[in-house]
Design a protein around this ligand. Structure first.
Ligand SMILES: Cc1cc2nc3c(=O)[nH]c(=O)nc-3n(C[C@H](O)[C@H](O)[C@H](O)COP(=O)(O)O)c2cc1C
Length: 339
């Protein structure tokens, strides 16, 4: 990873400083770029570092199994590459095509699945859709909540990619830069959301709504018929006053348990962080910026190397907490100070 990181630093030319801890401090306000707005990016990382785990060593868990099934997919661990689009955010370090191929291929090699992003330049969705087609549908395209017919057009493209699952990052409604560029995005009513999800279901594609930060929104997303929601504040890029995702996850997961699958992303930096999110109630965890760095510095091999490292860390955390498989991970693993 050392070589991969130094190559990424060189290619990203200051758009990412490759800090020892990727916590949003050095890059605050850098959107577009790799940063976040206000405190939200920092809140994601801080919320996770505030959580510690109970160490348990008197047990027989020597070879825990990190594999999981999610939305009909068999994965080597409960991790996906979060959707990241727009190589202009990282100084056009590589082409959009090379970037998204590296993410999808690296994820597949590691036994997981990558998501793709969307934005104003059409190269983002076009590269995403063609990479998913090349990967025989092994990718999850996300589309922004466009206000115009652009949403329907891009949804058709996503469905035609052969993907089994697609999504919408509803929190991108906070990306004011898009409106300024004459391409408005906005919130969706429950009725609008329901219609979108019905259309995906009719085409045989499962649907994810990304950007849920309250229990009320989670209930609405369940009512609209989604298969999965993502507890996410877009990596702290859309609303500087948002809490960390690990702070809101437990209440949301408790409220919708058994009704919908729950994904979370934001500030996840290693296998222990993945474990913490699972213990807080997530079924699956998204990793954003670290995967981008691995893809730029090492292509698909870099992504595979990074994800394999995360899997090893997750397995090690499962041994140190006495969890035999993913189902065994719950809030009992979280340390609560006692007097
Ligand atoms: C440069 C950049 C571009 C992003 N583009 C998208 C996108 O196109 N669609 C989307 O749903 N989320 C997008 N995101 C948000 C990520 O999917 C994810 O929520 C976030 O990066 C998770 O936080 P982390 O990077 O701290 O892991 C983007 C994030 C970054 C940093």
């Amino acid at each position: 990873m050392k070589d991969i990181r130094s190559k990424a630093k060189e290619l990203m030319k200051g758009s990412c400083r490759l800090c020892p801890v990727c916590d949003g401090r050095a890059c605050v306000g850098e959107v577009p770029g790799m940063g976040g707005l206000g405190y939200a990016f920092r809140n994601n990382v801080a919320a996770l570092s505030d959580i510690t785990l109970n160490m348990r060593l008197v047990h027989d868990v020597r070879e825990p199994d990190p594999a999981t099934a999610w939305l009909g997919l068999e994965l080597s661990m409960p991790v996906v590459a979060a959707p990241i689009g727009g190589t202009f955010n990282f100084n056009d370090a590589v082409t959009e095509d090379d970037y998204i191929h590296a993410v999808l291929d690296g994820c597949r090699a590691a036994g997981v699945i990558g998501c793709t992003g969307d934005g104003v330049p059409s190269v983002i969705i076009n590269s995403a859709v063609s990479a998913i087609k090349n990967a025989q549908g092994h990718g999850i395209p996300f589309i922004k909540p466009w206000e115009s017919g652009e949403f329907d057009e891009k949804m058709e493209l996503a469905i035609a990619s052969g993907c089994p699952v697609m999504g919408m990052d509803i929190d991108a409604a906070g990306l004011t830069t898009l409106r300024k560029m004459g391409r408005p995005v906005g919130p969706k009513t429950l009725k609008e959301l329901t219609k979108i999800i019905e259309k995906a279901k009719k085409a045989g594609v499962k649907f994810i709504v990304k950007g849920v930060m309250t229990v009320q929104d989670a209930y609405n997303v369940v009512e609209a018929g989604a298969d999965c929601l993502v507890v996410s504040n877009h990596g702290g890029r859309v609303f500087g006053a948002a809490p960390g995702t690990a702070q809101v996850l437990p209440a949301i997961a408790r409220a919708v348990r058994g009704k919908i699958s729950v994904m979370v992303d934001g500030g996840v930096r290693n296998g222990a962080d993945v474990f913490k999110m699972l213990a807080l109630g997530a079924d699956i965890v998204g990793m954003g910026r670290p995967v981008t760095i691995a893809a730029i510095g090492g292509g698909s091999e870099g992504v595979n190397t990074w994800l394999t490292m995360v899997k090893n860390e997750l397995v090690q955390t499962m041994i140190l907490t006495g969890c035999r498989d993913i189902k065994a991970i719950d809030e009992a693993a979280i340390f609560v100070p006692q007097r």
